[in-house]
Ligand binder design. Structure first.
Ligand code: GUN
Ligand code: FE
Length: 418
């Protein structure tokens, strides 16, 4: 048993933060045993690690991030999705055929993920099996919880980034088989988005989903251009999400839909039916997509929503900064669109960043009893003029925070460097 002392904040529920001042958190074998305002007699002889004024929070979950786009952060942010992909992103991704390049980028990406306090992530690789396997191995080696996908694309893509259906399915199956026994970093099917996948390819992936009981991550109703193109290419489907449902891709594991900005009622119905999760990527959507998720109304409709960095559509890796941005965007959305009749609270954004996203990986994303102690210790965000509550310190961190404010990192109870 290990005991930590400090302030503690986590999400009790979608709308409510749990906040403890000057309290004790006990961890046994990497799992939280309980939180105590007063140290129980039974623990009195145990050493206590004291964090003083700092705040213990759950580590973050990033449910949509493109590891190969890490070198592209903050570039071409004045473009829109289609041009951004063809002019910048696709040429960059083609470089992952070169393992020397891939290793260097993926090593740096995984280090920076940890530095930003993201210990659980749904990650896109590229079409390249060897590079994507290297990425998965690095995440596994670090002990991070992850879903990692070899990207599939076989139509409407540049020749240097276009697979045949046969190669795409064969390499994907090999990838699934290779990692079928992994516990932490696991494979997931990753058709990039409907505009670059044929019906035949999606059908084949649906068969693999069933055979290997794996889930899917993709971009869903992310932009008006994407939605229109998807409907032209799949006229037999009534909405973007139905394309994946018809292919049998939503039955066997987590269903992770990135962006979900322009859903029809059928998209919401299908995603909810399959217990899918919609990922808001606040920075990315204002930069390359210019659309805002209806976060509050999706929550009201009972859909699971969480956060993603969408590096490099988004420019910042820290999910904490996306939590602050999600509140800002929700206000803009509710101000300009009558349908969105309220904006989300900071508590709701923090829930998206931690407990909601974490639920995709297991018992992570909270500090309740029974959860894995994947946690961060936040400090240096006090105010010289005002006494801040622990929850206010966390809120400030999500708006003004830097990685230097993460004073300590615990992964499954073990302290790790950043
Ligand atoms: N849609 C298809 N590919 C991508 C990508 O790499 N990033 C984003 N944000 N959207 C996409
Ligand atoms: Fe993306």
């Amino acid at each position: 048993m290990e005991v930590f002392h400090g302030n503690i904040v986590y999400s009790r529920s979608e709308k409510e933060l749990a906040e403890y001042t000057d309290s004790y958190l006990a961890v046994e074998n990497g799992v939280i045993e309980g939180i105590y305002p007063v140290l129980p007699d039974a623990f009195c002889n145990l050493p206590v690690t004291d964090f003083g004024e700092d705040v213990i929070i759950p580590a973050f979950s990033d449910l949509h991030v493109h590891a190969p786009q890490y070198p592209q952060r903050g570039l071409a942010m004045d473009e829109l999705l289609s041009d951004w992909l063809s002019r910048y992103t696709f040429p960059l991704e083609s470089k992952f055929a070169d393992m020397t390049f891939a290793r260097a980028v993926y090593d740096a990406f995984v280090e920076d993920l940890v530095r930003h306090g993201t210990f659980h992530a749904a990650v896109f690789g590229t079409i390249h099996p060897e590079a994507t396997a290297y990425l998965l191995d690095r995440l596994e080696e670090k002990g991070l919880s992850a879903y990692v996908g070899k990207v599939n694309m076989d139509v409407n893509s540049p020749a240097f980034l276009c697979e045949t259906v046969e190669t795409s399915l064969r390499e994907t199956e090999r990838f699934l088989v290779q990692y079928s026994s992994n516990r932490k970093a696991r494979p997931i099917l990753t058709p990039r988005f409907a505009p670059c996948c044929s019906r035949e390819l999606l059908r084949g992936l649906g068969e693999l989903a069933k055979k290997y009981e794996v889930g899917v991550q993709t971009h869903l109703v992310e932009s008006l251009w994407e939605k229109k193109t998807a409907m032209e290419l799949f006229p037999q489907c009534t909405c973007d999400t139905e394309i994946y449902q018809q292919a049998g891709l939503l039955e066997n594991g987590p269903v992770i839909g990135a962006h979900f900005i322009f859903p029809d009622p059928e998209d919401i119905y299908i995603l909810k039916k399959h217990n899918g999760i919609a990922v808001q990527c606040p920075d990315a959507t204002v930069s390359i997509i210019a659309g805002i998720m209806q976060t509050a109304s999706l929550m009201e409709q009972g859909l699971r929503v969480c956060l993603g960095s969408d590096i490099a559509g988004g420019h910042r890796l820290g999910i904490f900064s996306q939590a602050g941005r999600a509140v800002q965007l929700s206000k803009v959305k509710s101000f300009y669109e009558a349908k969105e009749n309220r904006s989300i609270s900071f508590a709701e954004a923090f829930y998206m960043a931690t407990k909601s996203g974490g639920s995709v990986f297991g018992k992570v994303g909270s500090l309740e009893k029974g959860y894995v102690f994947d946690a961060l210790v936040i400090g240096g965000v006090s105010d010289p003029f005002l006494e801040l509550t622990p929850a206010q310190k966390v809120e400030r961190f999500c708006y003004l925070g830097e990685t230097s404010h993460i004073h300590r990192r615990y992964l499954a109870g073990q302290e790790i460097g950043g």
